[in-house]
Design a protein around this ligand. Sequence first.
Ligand code: ZN
Length: 166
Amino acid sequence: MGDEAVLRRLEAWRKQDRRLYERVAHTNDKLAGRRREVYRVLAAQLCHAYGAIVVEDMAIPRVTRPGPAEAPTDQQADLARRQARVAAPGLFRSVLATTAKREGVRFISAPAAGTTRMHNACGTHLDQSGARSITMWCPVCEVSFDQDENAAKNLLGTLASATAAT
Ligand SMILES: [Zn+2]
């Protein structure tokens, strides 16, 4: 194959690669726009339904950032991080805050520290990592409980306290 033929094939490949790249970029833009629209509608529905919103102030990048390169591969954690990036919880929180402000709905960003580990039923601070299991055990109440549901109840307590204080 001569130089001209090689150049023609390379040019054809470059044009095709550019078309594919632009198609992917366009699709990504459309999906991001749809996600934002879904979040706007959901935020409006939540503000209308509840009249007050409380969220954790946790740093979202901590959830979506890949683990250290030297750490052993954890496929479930990698999948969770990828799904978190697609879901863009930071974007949803931002849209929710903006919508609440616009609608005159109380919006509280509460400290995330301890919401999972403090058992809502008794106030005991549990000294166990919740990273490996959804459920936690309270030795005082002698019950296991869903740590996310527990965190949500603690956040509602924060909201109730903030509301009572005003
Ligand atoms: Zn307890």
